[in-house]
Design a protein around this ligand. Structure first.
Ligand code: SAM
Length: 194
């Protein structure tokens, strides 16, 4: 019998890089909260961690989440409440890993994503095997121009970049999350049978 899938996703707002590859902190956006929560609920993600060290940004994320879970938004749109209820806010990744380690009994396998190819790569099939074995996985997504190199060097592995048909490769993080979650956990029944 297949083990229970235990996948969390984290949207990292610091440390990320800007166009000049300088380390910056980015702002939380309403769209990222809603769209990634909806994708997470669709594909069975356990927790959507919103990671920002900035207090005002944490408050903003909490206000939006509270409105759509406990406030009027949650009453008017229970489906959306079900999605945003996945959100937990943390100042840093250390807190996310500590919380997951406590809940899961062991530290999670931490996997990063990037539009650039990285050396410590793990295939989608390899990560699917880990998930099917019941390994607790934390999947990191960046903002701005991507996760800071100092962070990518510390993770267990990086998934290969999503590639289109040409040189253009500037997906939004929301699009990348949906594509990657579908590749890992999407139901393929009947899709490829002729
Ligand atoms: N050039 C940046 C990079 O290499 O990640 C693009 C940053 S993009 C606006 C924000 C986040 O979306 C990335 O940190 C990554 O998590 C995800 N992402 C964007 N394009 C991706 C791709 N082609 N493959 C995998 N993840 C991607």
């Amino acid at each position: 019998m297949a083990a229970e899938i235990r996948l969390d996703v984290a949207l990292v707002h610091y440390p990320v890089v800007n166009r000049k590859n300088e380390i910056i902190g980015s702002a939380v956006t309403n769209l990222d909260l809603h769209d990634i929560a909806r994708a997470g609920r669709t594909f069975g993600v356990n927790t959507y961690w919103v990671v920002t060290p900035y207090r005002r940004q944490q408050e903003l994320a909490r206000q939006i989440t509270d409105h759509w879970t406990e406030g009027y938004g949650g009453t008017a749109n229970p489906d959306r409440a079900g999605a945003l209820s996945l959100i937990r806010i943390q100042p840093g990744l250390d807190g996310v890993i500590a919380a997951m380690s406590e809940a899961g009994g062991t530290p999670p396998l931490v996997i990063a994503t990037s539009a650039d190819r990285c050396t410590n790569s793990m295939t989608y099939a390899g990560l699917q095997r880990e998930l099917k074995r019941g390994t607790h996985v934390l999947l990191l997504f960046g903002t701005a121009w991507g996760l800071a190199p100092e962070l990518v060097q510390k993770v267990n592995a990086v998934l290969p970049p999503i590639q289109g048909v040409g040189e253009f490769n500037h997906l939004s993080v929301r699009s990348a999350v949906s594509i990657i979650l579908d590749r890992l956990l999407g139901n393929r029944e009947g899709e490829y049978t002729l």
